[in-house]
Design a protein around this ligand. Structure first.
Ligand code: ADP
Length: 499
């Protein structure tokens, strides 16, 4: 017990504790690393949104350059025709005294430019610093005007753009190109939350990132991973990793438990083997000294009456039988262990075997004042069995019944047939066996440690041999036993021939 506790402590300290620490560390680190991965993803999406904004700005800058090239001879028709999202181009001097609108019918935009005096002054200041700034204003729900100062003529230019046309004709292509199969990108209006264009019709999911469009102040671009969101991906990874850690820990705990169990069983076996050696030596010595004592007495002619002589001879024969059985048990056990025990199955009447085994015990049972009750089923069908082996099994069970009985000396043996098997029951009213030992008593070397075991010697092999024999006949052996109330062993053997 002390040794097994030591093994348990070593296993715990060397295997389980480090694994526990590692798991706790990993779980706490997991959260951090998932957060980091999520941030990296977010930054990537941010970069994509930035590039979209940059693209829109490039288109607008390109227009500005084209307009500047045409501004001296005010030939804007070609530009307006080539770019259907441009509704109108307004040109004015910086004091806003002359305002020209192309095409002419878009006169209503005049008001839009005259209201922007302050912003125009700011653009002029930028221009003075040699910087052409594009300044958008929201003209209406559907139009935006981009203002800039023409470098060559120092005039204010306003480009009136149809938001929806720009988005559907120019921006959509870029978004589809960027999104491919990995992302969903959408453009919508910030003020009413409506979506104007989306690269996929996937509904009901939140976008993980969104940015305002620089050139269209009332519009936002939104992006997310297709199918799942970054949070979903991070969460899924987190859950998977936790599951793996739990799995690994479970395997480790089971492994440690298995190693612990194997080692403690081996140690138990070693202890049982050493008990076995001392028990067998004792078992051998007792009959040998009895045989020697009786033989010497006879040899010296000290026994007078024939009756006494007969008694001595019987004891010698009986003790020799005991010795033979013990040695046979050990030999058979070693054959069983090396898997070399062979059985000779042939049609056998079980009642005959019972009768013959009982006759061997009759003298001993009578001497010990046992009540014997034998009830044999006269119509018992024959079974395919190895006669010797079955007799050996019965010897072992009956031996135990005698060995483990105290005041109430009773031995009952009954045979019967049920369905396709025959059954043999061996019953005693002896010391019984606590249920916790029921499954173990059939293991090799196993002996229940109670008071009587010291006086009732044995090898711990008997029932292991019985079980092996019964199982080789495709049969089963069960036990019903309670401490102080005796035991009943039931052996069942099927009628069909074992292969
Ligand atoms: P042993 O040589 O010790 O009798 P067995 O394998 O025959 O070995 O039996 C294993 C143990 O089972 C015994 O040590 C004993 O404690 C218990 N046992 C077996 N048969 C009986 C019985 N009829 N009554 C009480 N205990 C029994």
């Amino acid at each position: 017990m002390k040794k097994t506790r030591k093994i348990f402590i070593v296993l715990f300290l060397a295997v389980l504790l480090p694994a526990l620490f590692y798991s706790v560390y990993e779980i706490s680190a997991l959260d951090e690393s998932e957060e980091m991965i999520s941030q990296i993803y977010q930054r990537q999406l941010d970069a994509i949104l930035f590039s979209i904004n940059q693209h829109v700005l490039d288109v607008a800058s390109n227009w500005a350059t084209q307009i500047e090239n045409e501004i001296s001879h005010t030939q804007f028709e070609r530009i307006i025709q080539a770019n259907p999202s441009i509704i109108s181009i307004i040109v004015a001097d910086t004091s806003l005294s002359t305002v020209t609108i192309f095409p002419m019918q878009q006169l209503r935009y005049r008001r839009s430019i005259t209201a922007q005096k302050e912003m125009i002054d700011r653009l002029v200041r930028y221009h003075a610093a040699s910087y052409r700034k594009l300044e958008p204003i929201i003209e209406s729900d559907s139009t935006t005007i981009i203002f800039f100062i023409s470098q060559s003529t120092l005039q204010v230019v306003g480009v009136v753009i149809s938001n929806d046309r720009f988005i559907n004709d120019i921006l959509a292509k870029k978004l589809i190109d960027i999104a491919q199969n990995d992302f969903v990108v959408a453009v919508g209006r910030q003020s009413n939350g409506s979506t104007i264009f989306a690269t996929s019709s996937e509904q009901g999911k939140n976008f993980s990132q969104q940015r305002r469009l620089w050139i269209f102040p009332d519009h936002i671009i939104k992006i997310r991973l297709k199918g799942t969101t970054i949070q979903d991906v991070a969460k899924e990874r987190f859950n998977r990793n936790i599951l793996l850690i739990i799995l690994m820990d479970t395997v480790l705990v089971f492994g440690a438990w298995f190693v612990f169990r194997t080692i403690s069983r081996e140690m138990e076996l070693i202890a049982m083997k050493s008990d076995f050696v001392s028990n067998v030596s004792h078992e051998l010595r007792t009959p040998l000294s009895l045989i020697r004592m009786f033989a010497e007495t006879l040899e010296m002619g000290r026994v007078r009456t024939e009756k006494k002589k007969k008694e001595y001879y019987t004891t010698i024969v009986h003790e020799t039988d005991r010795l033979t059985r013990l040695i046979n048990n050990i030999l058979n056990f070693s054959r069983m262990e090396s898997d070399t025990r062979r059985y000779n199955f042939k049609p056998t009447n079980l009642n005959d075997i019972v009768t013959s085994v009982i006759s061997i015990y009759s003298y001993q049972l009578e001497q010990l004042s046992f009540t014997v009750k034998i009830s044999l089923d006269a119509h018992l069908p024959e079974i395919f069995a190895d006669e010797e082996a079955i007799a050996e099994a019965l010897h072992n069970v009956i031996d135990n019944a005698i060995k483990y009985s105290r005041e109430k000396k009773f031995l009952g043996i009954a045979t019967s047939s049920i369905q396709n098997s025959i059954m043999i029951e061996i019953e005693d009213h002896g010391i019984g066996i606590n249920p916790e030992h029921h499954s173990k008593i059939f293991e090799k070397f196993y002996r229940v440690s109670h008071g009587l075991v010291h006086t009732a010697k044995g090898s711990g092999l008997g029932l292991a041999i019985v079980r092996h024999i019964v199982q080789s006949h495709n049969g089963t052996i069960t036990i019903h036993s309670e401490p102080q109330h005796g035991s009943k062993f039931i052996i069942t053997i099927p009628l069909i021939q074992p292969v």
